[in-house]
Ligand binder design. Sequence first.
Ligand code: SIN
Length: 477
Amino acid sequence: MSLHKEKADILIIGTGLAAVTTALHIPSDLSVILVSKSELTETNSDLAQGGIASSYLEETSEAHKADTMFASNMTSCIERVDILTAEGRQTIEEMERFGVRFDRDGDGYDLGREGAHQTHRIFHAGGDETGRHVMRQLRRSLPDNVKVLEHVLVHDLVVWQGRVVGAMAFQREERIHIEAGAVVLATGGIGGLVDWTSNVRTVTGDGLVLANRCGAELTHLQRIQFHPTLLATEEPRLVTEALRGAGATLIDADGRHVMAHHLLGSLAPRDEVARVLTERNGPIYLDTTNVTRLHDRFPKLALTCDELGIDLRQIPVRPGLHFHMGGIEVDDMGRTGVDGLYAVGEVADTGVHGANRLASNSLLECWVFGKRVAQAIQLNDAPFTTSESLAYDISFEMFQELRSQIGNWLTISPNLEEMKCFLQNTQSLTLTKHVTRQLSEQTLLLDAARLLAQSILGMERHDEHDLSTRTTTTVFE
Ligand code: SIN
């Protein structure tokens, strides 16, 4: 098979907000290649509904910082949270300079509120279509030094004398070698590993596997967030927490308020609400009768409910996999421990989210840390080098069978027996040098799931307590 060649100073893998922010802040005399595994706009950032948390109107960022620490049950790294929250106002101003228009209410911003936020501080655009609006505007701003390649599956990084100097990939079915002075992983999380997710299906932990294969450290892989409210229909989709911020409550089939026991009610931290809903038998609904201007503020949700014939005043919901807090260990500039390799966005563990991310902090993280990565990048110089790849030699049917097993254990209360079974079933698969796009894709996905399972089981042995990070309900002082 012939090998097509591409070359750039910097290769960024991913096209969501972390990738685009990094690309926007790289000096214009450096060439950048941005690759998408599918289409440019198929990212979790594009799906974002709630918005961007920012202490814009507060005197200091201390209250936002306190809420971030509280939501994570004090497991976030306070120094990194400081970096994140201190740049809230600047982030909104900078995005506006790129032409992003946040929703306004009269003279001021129309701010939303979500779980564990003590105040309204969430900037949104187009009501509940924040991601689409923000991403469309920022992508329009990408300069000429940035080239975008779609349908590119990166299956291995090229390492030369300990430095990352490019990647091996397939563009559709054609093999390509991308030579680069530095590589940024912005591949997103792991939601696509299971069916019950708010994520796009292509986000399946590739970055974790690529980083692990070249020796970068992975941390806190067991820290996985489940969102309390996905639409309980055949095809799950997110129902934004901002709806609860606007007055919706979680009720059971008898109309009883499910979170009445909690000081914050339906706006309790996400992990607590998701756990309560999971432990209950029977259907759960979002009662929106108290939400004013529902169609104006949540146009996407209104349209979806209309299309599916769902009563907008009583929306059936259930929890689903949403966000990965763990990931590739990075310093405060997004450097991994491997020369030439950087990570940003959901794939990176910056420490800001701890064991439970505060709502709407992830887009803020992408912006703040994307800029820092762009600042930190140092280019490697290396001779033209490629690397040989291996893939699991399995049929598509066998892959489908193994994939379906992942959903049995990657749940809000991890099923350890199922997990061990999955590890056993995948540990002696044979390898082939005759890699194809499909085999590489299957291999990355299974390896990502194996990394998660090994991490959860290892952690279970060493620190049983951390599996369920919040055993009691935390209340504000
Ligand atoms: C939501 O809109 O409920 C999700 C926001 C987030 O995950 O930060």
